[in-house]
Design a protein around this ligand. Structure first.
Ligand code: 0X9
Ligand code: ZN
Length: 305
C-alpha cells in the first residue's frame, strides 16, 4: 500500500507537512495558526498556484475528533491529489485556478496522539478542567453557535462537554481567529468527520432552515449523486439538526454565521460495520468518494460566487 493508504502517527504527519511544503515550494505554504492545549503546533497548509492571490478560498479541517482516523487521512489524501493532478485533472485544475485552499490536517493533535498511545476511542481534546477530574472538551461543541444548549453538555465527564465558555479551547480559538481574519476570501468551509456517510450543512444548532437552504440542499444532493454514480455508495444529506441530531457549538454553524455561506460537515465511511476502526484497506475508497463530493461542491461554489 502507498503512504496515503495507511494511517499515520502525529509525528509522521508533522514530518509529512514539512516534506510536502519543501517538495512543492511553488504551491504549498505552511501557516502556524496557534497551538494546542499541550502546546503542539497547529499547521495549516495553503495550496495556492504560484502565490497568485485568489479572491476565493476554501477551508478544510480534519481531525476535530481524535478517534476519527479517516479524517486526517482524508486531508493528506486531498493535498496529495491536488498536487499530483493539477494540470492533469480538469476539476482539480479549475478549483486551484479559482481558489486558494487552506487545509488543517489535525485540528486536535493532543487527542489524536492520545488515540495512538493510550485510548483508541478518545474523542475530545486533552484540556484539564478546573471544576472536575475529567479531561477534555468536545471541540465541535465549543464554538459560539447556540453554545451549550440542547445537544451539548456542561458536564466535563461527558463526551459532548461544551467547555467553560465559547472558544475556551486553544484549538477552536485558533480556527475561529484564522477564519475571522480570512472571512472575506473564504467562501466554502468544510469539516471532515466519521462515521455514518452523511453530507451535512447548517443548521445543526437549531431546527431553523438556513437562509440559503435550497442552494445547500442542491449542492449536497449533487455531491451524493456523484458518489452514487462513481462509487455505488449511499450518503444521506440534509441539515445537521434534521439528518443526524441537534448539536450546538459546531464549527460548521459558527462558520456559516460568520458569513461563510457554503458550510458543510462530511461524515465519511462507514455506516457502522467497523465504525471509527475503519481498516486501512478501505482508506482509498472512503477518500476518493469524499473527494468527488468536495470537487462537486467546490465547482458549484465557483459558479455561484
Ligand atoms: O456530533 C458531531 O460533532 C458530528 N458527528 S460525530 O459523530 N463525528 O461526532 C456531527 C457534526 C454536525 N455539525 C454540528 N453539530 N454542528
Ligand atoms: Zn466527529
Amino acid at each position: 500500500s502507498t503512504f496515503y493508504e495507511r494511517y499515520h502517527s502525529l509525528d509522521d504527519i508533522y514530518h509529512w507537512i514539512n516534506r510536502t511544503q519543501q517538495e512543492n515550494p511553488n504551491m504549498v505554504k505552511t501557516i502556524l495558526i496557534g497551538s494546542s492545549y499541550e502546546k503542539r503546533p497547529l499547521y495549516v497548509l495553503k495550496l495556492s498556484i504560484n502565490n497568485r492571490p485568489n479572491k476565493k478560498a476554501m477551508w478544510i479541517d480534519c481531525g476535530i475528533h481524535a478517534r476519527e482516523w479517516i479524517s486526517p487521512a482524508f486531508c493528506l489524501w486531498f493535498v496529495q491529489n491536488s498536487l499530483s493532478f493539477y494540470k492533469l485533472n480538469q476539476d482539480i485544475t479549475r478549483i486551484l485556478d479559482n481558489m486558494d485552499v487552506y487545509i488543517l490536517p489535525v485540528m486536535n493533535p493532543d487527542g489524536y496522539h492520545y488515540t495512538w498511545t493510550t485510548n483508541r476511542m478518545w474523542r475530545k481534546n486533552r484540556s484539564v478542567s478546573k471544576s472536575s477530574n475529567c479531561i477534555g472538551v468536545d471541540l465541535n461543541r465549543n464554538f459560539d453557535a447556540n453554545w451549550c444548549t440542547e445537544g451539548a453538555s456542561d458536564e466535563p465527564c461527558t463526551e459532548i462537554y461544551c467547555g467553560a465558555f465559547p472558544e475556551s479551547e486553544p484549538e477552536s480559538q485558533a480556527v475561529a481567529n484564522f477564519l475571522r481574519s480570512h472571512k472575506d476570501s473564504v467562501q466554502f468551509y468544510l469539516s471532515i468527520h466519521s462515521y455514518s456517510q452523511m453530507l451535512l450543512f447548517p443548521y445543526s444548532c437549531t431546527l431553523d432552515e438556513a437562509e440559503n437552504h435550497k442552494d445547500l440542499l442542491e449542492m449536497a444532493q449533487e455531491a451524493a449523486q456523484a458518489i452514487r454514480r462513481y462509487y455505488r455508495n449511499t450518503y444521506k444529506y440534509g441539515s445537521g439538526a434534521k439528518t443526524i441530531y441537534l448539536a450546538p457549538g459546531g464549527s460548521d454553524d459558527w462558520a456559516y454565521n460568520l458569513g461563510i455561506k457554503y458550510s458543510f460537515t462530511f461524515e465519511l465511511q462507514d455506516r457502522g460495520r467497523y465504525g471509527f476502526l475503519l481498516p486501512p484497506s478501505l482508506i482509498s475508497r472512503a477518500c476518493n468518494e469524499a473527494l468527488i463530493a468536495v470537487k462537486t461542491i467546490a465547482l458549484k461554489v465557483i459558479e455561484k460566487t
